[in-house]
Design a protein around this ligand. Structure first.
Ligand SMILES: Nc1ncnc2c1ncn2[C@@H]1O[C@H](COP(=O)(O)OP(=O)(O)OP(=O)(O)O)[C@@H](O)[C@H]1O
Length: 534
């Protein structure tokens, strides 16, 4: 053996903090290019602003300003202000300066989930432009407004507070104003960002949203409905969603001395009776001390919990669907269609996670005809713009999979479909939250919701067709009426019947025959040049 071969090959190892990881792989969070990064920054800040308002029962007032930094043509300051619940000052440095720090790691529907978004925008801004984030915030009822200027210590994943301040708050303002400077490409991101805000407004017609862009355009989406989606409430985990780690955490947190107590205390929808029935079914002693279970036993317990078929379905209390009224209002206001219908399905679950699917259809009016449906995808009220074709919602509405002709829609057609998946765990394909995986339960619900909404569209189109036919008949009738009336009046002149009388007789005969009441008749002849009174 040569001396060379004898040398032991040593790999060198090191660990990474979450901020180092996202510094190196920022594209997985949607920060791959300047145009995408600008779009993603807007998204993360606007979604936080909405989470701080509607989730807490506040009608949102959101202002987004994107300005070009005068000294650098590719640097943009993105500022988002909301009238939300604000942030307690002691949490601000971590909320904006420590990757994986969040108030949303709980079983309650929110747009945010990972504890990443704002931080990746700040981190991206800091490494590209060197600028820190600036935050002004006032929690509800606070007599002070708090100010922070900070950066992220990427190696240690810790905030570096550069400045902080406090100001009196005489007007009682509450909310947050966040401002970051990022490298961006406005000309390339322009269309997407405007579209993102427009779609946000569709799903939030209860919000006032003002957007001032770098070209100086001011776009205002005014609130058209005062109703907020129902507020989500935090719930305990469902037994079908457990694994060994979750069981360990629940046991660690609990003072329960028996398995029976643990189940009743830690899981949703499990009372004493259900817990006893489960323990008997799974062959456990109900007095077993859960703290004594080793990994092997926990593996069996978690499996049995997932398999037991008689637990109540997961609670939908944690969910906040939009509801048909809000969906219809949003579609009507922004798309200005001639017809809308929206469906909110009953709650269902996959792997112990509750979800609700909603579908809205808008047709005609100002919607331009296209060869396939215009798809507006939402997950937990977030508009999803990228990766449409790999999303489960596209799979469902795709004319190759859904027979639109059954519903009287023949492409090219002016039809838009809104899909919304509300869940405590949306199965996103990545942390950039752009597309949803095809979980069979979700796909099934989407298809049923689409069918239900499309049936309503079919009824409308049928009715419209009938009216068009009736209108054609009325037009033909009206065309010949004057001439016929004139001839008949000549024949009937000895009976003192004038032309106008004959016209009225003919008209009421036609209405009877075609079964058209006065109101409908007025609608049919509206805009026609014929006038029966002439
Ligand atoms: N405008 C705001 N108003 C109130 N709290 C906010 C606001 N912006 C951020 N926060 C707080 O900061 C935390 C971190 O925000 P961040 O965007 O980093 O992650 P997230 O929203 O929790 O999750 P995700 O990465 O999925 O967006 C939030 O959980 C929230 O508590």
């Amino acid at each position: 053996m040569s001396k060379r071969q004898q040398v032991v090959q040593r790999e060198s190892f090191r660990s990474m903090t979450p901020s180092q990881f996202f510094y190196e792989y920022r594209e997985v969070a949607g920060f791959g290019s300047p145009s995408r990064a600008l779009y993603q920054t807007v998204r993360e800040l606007v979604e936080n602003a909405l989470d701080a308002t509607d989730v807490h029962g506040i009608l949102p007032e959101i202002t987004l300003i994107i300005e070009q930094v005068p000294t650098h043509s590719t640097y943009y300051r993105v500022t988002v202000e909301d009238n939300g619940i604000g942030i307690q000052p002691q949490h601000v440095p971590y909320a904006f300066g420590q990757v994986l720090y969040s108030s949303k790691y709980r079983l309650r529907q929110a747009r945010g989930r990972f504890g990443l978004g704002a931080k990746i925008a700040i981190l991206y801004g800091q490494i590209k432009t060197g600028e820190p984030v600036e935050v002004y915030t006032a929690p509800i009822g606070s007599s002070r407004i708090y100010f922070f200027r900070l950066k992220i210590d990427i190696e240690r994943n810790k905030p570096i507070v550069l400045a902080r301040g406090e100001y009196p708050n005489p007007s009682g303002w509450h909310g947050t104003r966040v401002s970051v400077v990022v490298e961006g490409d406005w000309p390339r991101a322009r269309q997407r960002i405007h579209e993102y805000i427009r779609r946000t407004a569709i799903a939030a017609p209860y919000a006032n949203i003002t957007f001032i862009d770098p070209d100086g355009n001011v776009t205002v989406y005014r609130r058209t409905i005062q109703k907020l989606p129902r507020q989500p409430h935090e719930v305990k985990p469902h037994p079908h969603g457990v694994d060994i780690e979750l069981l360990k955490q629940l046991i660690r947190k609990s003072n329960a001395r028996t398995l029976l107590e643990l189940l009743v205390e830690s899981f949703q929808g499990v009372g004493r009776k259900t817990a006893e029935a489960f323990l008997e079914w799974a062959g456990y002693d109900k007095d077993l001390d859960p703290h004594k279970l080793d990994d092997k036993k926990l593996e069996r317990l978690s499996r049995k919990l997932r398999e037991y078929p008689r637990f109540r379905p997961p609670s939908a209390d944690a969910l906040s669907p939009l509801g048909p009224e809000i969906i219809e209002a949003g579609l009507k206001t922004i798309l200005k269609p001639e017809f809308v219908a929206a469906v909110t399905r009953r709650p269902k679950a996959y792997e112990g996670h509750p979800f609700i699917v909603e579908v809205g259809i808008a047709y005609g009016g100002e919607i331009p005809p296209s060869n396939e449906p215009i798809l507006l995808r939402y997950a937990n009220k977030i508009p999803l713009l990228y990766d449409e074709k790999s999303d489960v919602a596209w799979k469902v509405v795709d004319p190759r999979n859904f027979d639109w002709r059954n519903y009287l829609v023949v492409f090219p057609a002016p039809v838009a479909v809104l899909t919304h998946i509300a869940s405590t765990k949306v199965p996103y394909k990545g942390v950039g939250k752009e597309s949803v995986a095809d979980v069979p339960e979700i796909e099934h619900e989407l298809r049923n919701a689409l069918r239900e909404a499309a049936r309503r569209l079919r009824e409308y189109l049928l009715q419209k067709k009938r009216e068009e036919e009736a209108k054609k008949r009325v037009v033909t009738f009206m065309k010949y009426t004057p001439e016929v009336a004139k001839s008949l009046a000549t024949i009937l002149k000895d009976y003192n019947v004038g032309e106008k009388d004959v016209r009225e007789m003919l008209l009421s005969a036609m209405k009877r025959r075609l079964k058209i009441e006065d109101e409908k008749f007025a609608r049919l002849v509206k805009g026609l040049e014929v006038n029966i009174e002439e």
